[in-house]
Design a protein around this ligand. Sequence first.
Ligand code: F6P
Length: 327
Amino acid sequence: MSQNLKKIAVFTSGGDAPGMNAALRAVVRSAHYNGLDCFGIRDGFNGLISGDIIEMTPRSVKNIINLGGTILRSARSEEFRTPLGREKAFHNCQEKGIEALVCIGGDGSFTGSKIFGEEFGLKIIGIPGTIDNDIFGTDNTIGFDTALNTAMEAIDKIRDTAVSHSRIFFVEVMGRDAGFIALHCGIASGATDILIPEMKDSRESLFGSIKKANERGKNSCIIVVAEGEELGNVVELAKITEKEFPEASVRFAVLGHIQRGGNPSCADRVLASRLGNAAIDGLLAGKSMCMAGIRANQIIYTPFEEAIQNHNEINTDLLKVAEVLAI
Ligand code: F6P
C-alpha cells in the first residue's frame, strides 16, 4: 500500500462526456473514504497552470451523478504543451502539496499527463472519459453508452420523416477518427448502410446498398456515417447520391454536439463509479502512469504508453450483422 499519499487532485480534460461528473464524484468520495485530501482543478490543464484549484469534499460532489458535462469544466490546453506551462503547473501542485493526479479524459489528455508525470515525478492515473470509445485498455469509455442512446433516439426521429417522404437520409455521428458510435447506433437504428473510417468504403458499395434496398421494396434508407469517414461527409455523399439516383429524394443531418450532452445512462454512471474508485485504489497500491479500465467486467490498469499508442479494435462481426439484418 502507498502509505505516504496525503493529497491528490482530479481534473477533467479534452472533450466532455456524460458520466464525467459521476467519475469525479467517485474519485472525490473514494479519496476521502481512504483519508486523502482531494482538490479539483478547473478547466483541465489550463486550471493547473493558472492555479484554479479548489478543495473538494464528499459534499462538493453531491447531486451530480446524474448530470452531463463536468462541474470542473474541461479544456484543451496549448500552453500545457510548453515546458514553461508545465513548470507553472508543477509549481501550483507544489504550492498545494499535491502528490498525485487523476486525469479523466481521452488519449490526448493521457499524453499530456504522461509527459508531466515523467518530468516532475508526480503519480498520475487516468480514467477513460470520451464518447468516442476509441481508447485501448477498456471495453467501454465513459460517455459512449449515453452518446449511443442519444444518437439512436435522434435517428429514430429521422426515420419517421424518411419513411413519410420515402427519402434516403445520411446521418453523421461523432467519433473523431473512430467508427464505434456509427457502428453501434447504426445497428440499433436499423440502418441500411453504415460507413466508418475503419473500413474501405466505395461509391459502388454505397450505391449497391441503396439499389438492393430499392429492389427489396424499401421506400426509404437511413445511412449512418462516422464523421471520420473517408468516402466523404454527409453533404458530399448526399450530392453524389442525388446524381446517381435522380429520381430519389435525398437529405442529410449532422447530429453534432448533442451526442456530448444529456444525463448519463445507468451503464455510464456505474462504469464511472467503478473507474473513479479504481483510480484511488490504484494510487493507494502505488500504481502510476497508467489508466484504469474495465475488460470482461474486471478492473485492469494499462500503462499510458499502451493506452495512447494502441486503439480499440472495431468488431467487424458487427458490420456483418448490420449487413445481414438490412436485407
Ligand atoms: O472526442 C470527442 C469529440 O466529441 C469527437 O467525437 C469530436 O470529433 C470532437 O470531440 C469535437 O471536438 P470539439 O468539442 O472541440 O468540437
